[in-house]
Write a protein that binds this ligand. Structure first.
Ligand SMILES: Nc1ncnc2c1ncn2[C@@H]1O[C@H](COP(=O)(O)OP(=O)(O)OP(=O)(O)O)[C@@H](O)[C@H]1O
Length: 732
């Protein structure tokens, strides 16, 4: 195996200044010479015994119960728990907390936030912003006894931070400190400090326009500029004004960011003061590859084993890859390679990406068995805010999969996913994951020159996403909120118009652009407007049960992949195939899985999934999502037991939300989308490949060597005519 060579680059370890001047680092900059011990040692077989490989263990945690009785029991337990403080644990953790750079600036931070309603805090990764600042607020009584919310762009971060901070406060998770993420709420009315996704705060705005429960809102990782963070920042600006007119205590807002783009936030909030928290606790050495690694999968594989064979334990490895497919594929390669090698220590391979269940995601935070190295394969969900105990080595492929919305000449857009180089800011965040508990090393599979050419920050999501969700949410809060809303970066008029057209097509807006009752119902569901429309259409056509299953299956990755073997897909696809295509095919798998599961024995389910090359974990995740969706639908008064055997009715419901995702077969055998006439190919994993269906509906497009339609079904072109009629009739 050829070696990957890395050049050493210096770690930039800086002194801490809180509330100081804007001058750049006044601390030392340490440069290290090209490394000999890190990164250049090949995988040399040892004489030791062949080591065991653990593969990401299955999720065996109980599904979260959603019924009202258990919710109230939980609340009772939390109320009781909130009175218990483990002072020993709290004091022990206090010593660790006090080592963090931010501690020296505690008083300055508290005073500035006390004196100003809006403050921007900048800090390096690992300085202690996310775990400490909210506790400073809590301890100093800022917020006048109202709750403190800390928003995170990602669910995994919200959960793990709440876990950590509840330990630091010596309290049980969900009592004093809790979290709230989509489909999982670990808080009660007495929770004083709540870590939550930005999406959950948006949802709270639908029922409480002034966020009257909250005294302070901390927006973390604001530099990531997710769509929801931008929506919250714009909404908070007007809420702060409106709260001062209402008989409520003023709302304080703290915007936290990595050191880039601070001025933008400060200017947006009328020149709000900016505090700089400099320094991190532990240094991270950056090692760039000698030359850009062309095959980053191969490069990552080699680097993993170079580190594993040359570096002592403890020292887990975190690898950043673009997406789930790459993670599965590298996982399989590692396990294959390790099988034939003499490893110095055992390894355990773990995965972390967005569509895993929270329980599965939490596995990466568990300590590895003794004398074993964790190898964590992650997407950029692991990039910000989180600390994975044990990680000392980060391998950065330099790539991420990004969703982008293209608007064509006629103004109609499509959402696509594609792989692209990350920004400098992302690269720095990734490196930051290596130095959380001790000094660490980041191996970049690209040269320093390539790093210098990366864009400074990732473009705001608002510039690359369709605005359907954003506009529907703002209008659902109130037409006034929408009209007064100030964007941090104003989207193009075309994008706004397009969203209005889409929402009108879905029946969410009327001809005057005013939100309809249907639109309000859609906004109340924690789903993309199109998916919400499909569910509401199922209510009309009396097949909510089928559509709940389908929506859940469409929210997870294809169950046809297993983590170790992807070869069996074709046979499985044929076994469960439907003449209508993939949507019904998915429901066929679901029905068969349900039958086996109803049989009772856990072993049978596992065996059935494995012999059919189906991912049991994915199906369980779908089951979990289905339960949550069902709960939502029940709360909205839907009859969730209704189902149909008529496959065409099911597809017509889907079309109601996906009417833009349709392509027609041309005379030359190619497909063109009906909305913008763009060429599209049927993805090789679709059962419609080579079936020559005259008209297809697809779930999503991916852009690789061509534009591929994934999860395709054959539909009747005449159905399209009735969709517009239905959507408009429903909206009135
Ligand atoms: N779950 C955890 N286990 C162990 N240590 C942790 C954990 N969470 C936080 N820490 C410690 O607290 C430090 C500060 O974490 P915190 O998340 O507050 O940093 P931050 O300044 O917000 O950085 P970032 O923006 O990169 O997350 C970490 O570097 C680590 O030393």
């Amino acid at each position: 195996m050829a070696k990957i060579k890395f050049d050493g680059d210096g770690n930039k370890e800086r002194e801490i200044v809180v509330g100081g001047s804007k001058s750049k680092s006044n601390g030392k900059v340490e440069r290290t010479a090209s490394s000999t011990s890190n990164g250049t040692t090949g995988v040399t077989p040892t004489n030791g015994q062949k080591k065991r490989i653990y593969f990401d263990p299955d999720d065996d945690q109980a599904q979260q119960s959603t019924d009202a009785a258990s919710q109230s029991q939980k609340a009772k337990a939390r109320r009781k728990a909130s009175k218990n403080v483990d002072f020993n644990l709290r004091n022990k953790m206090l010593e660790t907390r006090q080592q963090l750079p931010i501690w020296s600036g505690r008083d300055a931070l508290i005073q500035t936030i006390q004196a100003n309603n809006i403050v921007v805090v900048l800090g390096e990764t690992g300085s202690g912003k996310t775990t400490q600042l909210p506790q400073f607020l809590l301890e100093s009584g800022i917020g006048g006894g109202l709750k403190i919310a800390v928003t995170q762009p990602r669910r995994v971060a919200a959960i793990s931070l709440a876990n950590r901070v509840s330990q630091e406060t010596g309290t049980q998770l969900g009592s004093l400190v809790g979290y709230s993420v989509r489909f999982d709420d670990m808080s009660w009315k007495g929770t004083a400090l709540k870590y939550m996704t930005d999406g959950m705060l948006m949802r709270e705005l639908l029922s409480d326009q002034l966020l009257s429960q909250y005294g302070v809102i901390v927006i973390d990782e604001a530099h990531e500029r997710t769509l929801r963070t931008d929506l919250i920042l714009g909404t908070l600006k007007s809420i702060m004004q409106r709260r001062s007119n209402a008989s409520l205590p003023p709302l304080k807002v703290v915007v936290m960011s990595a050191t880039l783009d601070a001025e933008k936030f400060s200017t947006f909030f009328h020149s709000a003061p900016v505090l700089y928290v400099k320094g991190r606790q532990h240094p991270v050495r950056i090692l760039n590859a000698n030359e850009d690694v062309q095959d980053y999968m191969d490069g990552a594989l080699k680097t993993i084993f170079q580190i594993h064979q040359s570096q002592p334990l403890p020292g887990d490895i975190l690898v950043f890859l673009p997406g789930q497919e790459e993670i599965n594929s590298l996982g399989a390669s590692i396990s294959m390679f390790a099988d034939g090698a003499q490893l110095k220590h055992d390894i355990v391979i773990l995965k972390l990406y967005a569509s895993l269940s929270p329980q599965q995601q939490q596995k990466v935070f568990e300590a590895a068995p003794s004398n074993t190295r964790k190898i964590i394969l992650a997407t950029n969900v692991a990039e910000t805010s989180i600390t994975i105990a044990g990680v000392r080595h980060v391998i950065d492929s330099g790539l991420a999969r990004e969703r982008k919305f293209y608007t064509s000449n006629n103004g109609i857009g499509i959402d696509t996913l594609f792989v692209k180089p990350i920004s400098k800011s992302s690269a720095m965040q990734r490196a930051g994951r290596a130095g959380r508990e001790a000094a660490g090393v980041c191996y970049r599979l690209y040269t320093e020159n390539t790093f210098l050419k990366l864009s400074k920050t990732t473009p705001p999501e608002i510039e690359r996403t369709n605005l359907n969700f954003a506009i529907l949410q703002l209008k659902a809060i109130s037409e006034e909120t929408y009209q007064q809303f100030e964007w941090l970066d104003e989207p193009s008029t075309e994008a706004i118009q397009q969203a209005h057209i889409n929402l009108f097509g879905l029946g969410a807006l009327d001809t005057h652009g005013i939100i309809t009752d249907l639109g309000k119902k859609m906004a109340g569901m924690p789903l993309d407007p199109a998916i919400a429309r499909i569910l509401l259409s199922a209510q009309e056509r009396e097949c909510v049960s089928n559509i709940l299953s389908l929506c859940a299956l469409l929210s997870v990755d294809s169950p046809l992949f297993t983590s170790t073997n992807q070869d069996g897909d074709d046979a499985t696809r044929e076994r469960f195939a439907s003449r209508h295509g993939d949507h019904i095919g998915l429901l066929n798998i679901w029905a068969a899985y349900g039958e086996v599961a109803a049989g009772g024995a856990n072993a049978d389910v596992k065996e059935w999934c494995s012999s059919n090359k189906i991912s049991e974990r994915t199906l369980r995740r779908a089951k979990d999502i289905r339960a949550q969706l069902e709960h939502q639908c029940r709360r909205m008064g839907m009859d969730v037991s209704l189902s149909t055997q008529d496959e065409e009715i099911i597809l017509q419901c889907v079309l109601q939300g996906m009417f833009q995702n349709v392509a027609l077969r041309q005379g030359d055998g190619t497909y063109r989308q009906i909305v913008n006439h763009g060429a599209v190919k049927i993805h090789p994993t679709s059962s419609l490949l080579n079936r020559k269906a005259p008209c297809i509906m697809y779930h999503e497009l991916t852009l690789t060597t061509a534009t591929y339609a994934r999860t395709c079904s054959s539909i009747h072109p005449a159905w399209l005519r009735s969709v517009a009629f239905y959507n408009q009739r429903e909206s009135t």
